[in-house]
Ligand binder design. Structure first.
Ligand code: HEC
Length: 211
């Protein structure tokens, strides 16, 4: 194609120049040759044009196919991602639910254990409190005058309280506390029992009655 047009032009020129010099007989074959060449050239141009068109068409088709296949793959991948994400999200939700339940159960069990332990401690504290207090209080506050087992007459003035029953001891101690009981040294005993509560007096009386 590149060479066809210059060649045709050259031949035309040659044809024209030979026309000036040539006779009528030599002019005729040149003209025919030019026409043939022109036809061939236009045919070749046409062919090349067709080939180019076909090439462009094929390229277009290939591109379109490629675009379609890429977009289809992308769509599939997207679908897969959506499905996988959904599944993961479901799994995660389930796992979270399970863990939550486990924690709740464990917490409940721990709370129960703590409550039981607290009750045990409370009970143990209650059990030790009464006995311990009475014995320790008697030893600390009373034994110096009344003797370790309440067997003495305090300061040589009081009655021996060992052998008294609890009620008798309680009414004597309450009497000292409110001033309604006692002999010459009742003021001394009042100061001994003024800080004791009713249940403490009761506990002390119980303890003394068992000596
Ligand atoms: C400092 C010595 C002393 C101490 C300590 C003491 N007492 Fe007395 N207690 C006496 C004397 C003295 C009397 C007699 C008081 C009176 O005149 O009524 C007495 C009387 C009593 C009586 C009545 C006995 C009676 O003769 O009618 C009881 C019961 C008693 N004391 C219990 C206690 C107890 C319980 C404690 C400890 C919380 C205690 N005393 C601490 C000195 C003491």
């Amino acid at each position: 194609m590149k060479y066809i047009i210059p060649t045709v032009a050259l031949l035309l020129l040659l044809g024209c120049s030979s026309e000036q010099q040539s006779t009528q007989e030599t002019q005729e074959p040149s003209k025919g040759l030019v026409e043939t060449l022109q036809t061939k050239a236009s045919e070749a141009t046409q062919q090349v044009g067709n080939s180019v068109k076909e090439g462009v068409e094929a390229a277009k088709q290939t591109t379109q196919d490629a675009v379609e296949s890429v977009s289809k793959t992308a769509e599939e991948a997207q679908q897969q991602i959506v499905e996988t994400t959904q599944k993961m999200s479901n799994d995660l939700q389930q796992a979270t639910h399970d863990v939550k339940q486990d924690i709740a159960q464990a917490t409940q069990e721990m709370a129960n254990d703590i409550q039981e332990t607290t009750q045990d401690i409370q009970e143990a504290a209650n059990n030790t409190k009464a006995e311990f207090n009475a014995a320790a209080t008697f030893k600390r506050k009373c034994a110096s005058c009344h003797g370790a087992t309440a067997e003495k007459s305090a300061l040589g003035k009081s009655q021996i309280i060992k052998g008294w029953n609890a009620d008798k001891i309680i009414s004597a101690l309450q009497g000292y506390k409110d001033g309604s009981y006692g002999g010459a040294m009742k003021g001394l005993m009042a100061s001994q029992v003024s800080s004791l509560h009713t249940d403490e007096i009761k506990a002390l009386a119980d303890f003394i009655s068992k000596q």
